[in-house]
Design a protein around this ligand. Sequence first.
Ligand SMILES: [Zn+2]
Length: 552
Amino acid sequence: MSPQAKHTTAGRSNGYASRHRTGTFRLALAGVAALLLLSPSPSTTSSIAFGQATRADVLLEGGTIYDGTGSEGVVGNVALRGDRIVAVGRFESGEVGRTIDCKGLVIAPGFIDLHTHTDRPILQEKTRDNLNYLTQGCTTVVTGNCGGGPVDVGDLLDKVDEKGAGSNIIHLVPHGAVRARVMKSENRAPTPDELEQMKQLVDQGMRDGAWGMSTGLIYVPGIFAQTDEIVELAKVVASHGGLYVSHIRDEGDKLLEAVAEAIEIGRQAKVPVHISHFKTCGVSNWGKIRDAVRMIEEARRDGVTVTADQYPYVATSTSLVDTLMRATDIPGGRKDLFKRMDADPALEQAVRKVVEGGLKKTRKVVIVSCKKHPHWAGMSVKQIADEQGVDVIDQVLRIQRDGGASVVNFSLCEEDVRYVMSVPWVATGSDGSAIFPNPKACPHPRSFGTFPRKIGHYARAEKVLSMARAIRSATGLPADVLHLADRGYLRPGAHADVVVFDPETFIDRATFEDSQQYATGVKHLFIAGKSALEDGKLGEALHGRSIRHRSP
Ligand SMILES: [Zn+2]
């Protein structure tokens, strides 16, 4: 990455996305607010059925409508009134607050990202607006993934609602954090009393509005949980009508065993299963994803609900230590590891073998950020090792000894990424987070580019899947996975979360080398009928709120 490229991303002044807020709709909306108070809740039938003209605050006129079902686009209008969609397609419009010409543009339901890690950034001043997701067309993002995030669901959602957020927030109870609260990072099964405490935390989270529970079975402490522990907790989730979401135990050599475990948890707990960031890692495992898809389709035929999400990139991203030194692969675990290694040459040899094995499975591992050595951001561990004149394994161990780093790991293959995208039960999920551009870091571009990349690059340019299918994987499908009512589809009565984008210019600009670049092409984004983004500019207020699950 050139220093100049870094400079242009700093402070979000790249010209497209600006912090300037516009208030174009304010007066129009205020004018109809009184009327709205008097009007009945929106009819679920298009007003044309009654031969009446449709009153609207906003009329999106003459766009190509993709309704989220996967049907091909049709040219028509979409009317928004208050926080709802009131008419879709061809209808007679009555009094209209604002008409927006959408000729040549796509009108679709606001995108729903099933997989983010934005639980903490969404409450922070600089990232609360979630701009890097709004510019992708996202109106709702799911947090609490991979077993991590706040356990106190009600507290998080209340804090979101206090000041609002750029997008709507849906939360999952994170199993790893629940386990850590009860048993710290103990590598053993819970006692009956500890299991009971965990069940109560999951139960409370579900009562407070979580949509399910997530696990992160490669991370400490989720990695120490056996299948039966997860089944017991997943039963609590099932009793509330929730979902089991998993970063499965292995995405490489033991991918199929890990998929089998996820399916088994669904079968035993009678809970829908959703596999996060579905992929095969490691050069020697490429292609295995097809066997995993076959297994899942068999389970689906058998009556177990199994779905997945995917980010459209050939690299993963997490900490260096979880990438190359997984806790269960290290003899005696990672506690006091370097102290123990210094006293035990045999252990040091064993750890070196683990790191060597990890490095063999990837094309390169690149530093996202490293506290002790910030200038290494964007460099591969191999490059750093060469520069330092040391062996690459020594270099990895040195970075870890110095406090670790987060990394991007190029361990996936393009063909697998394209294949997974073509599977009809795979939704789009970024695995990213709200980010305020930081010139000292080089994060995975998925946080800025996932949705436009799938739609603009893979659907429009590469024709890996149709535009209608790509849009469905970001709208109706994730809504179905969550059982999220009245979102993900354009139909009368649904929430007015709507994206309008230019299909010719909707594209990701974030690359691995210059990753903090906002996507282009979203012309309008509405959340609850209010303008959240217009031509890359944020609306006047934050319209995103928590969406709370209600147990049946
Ligand atoms: Zn994960």
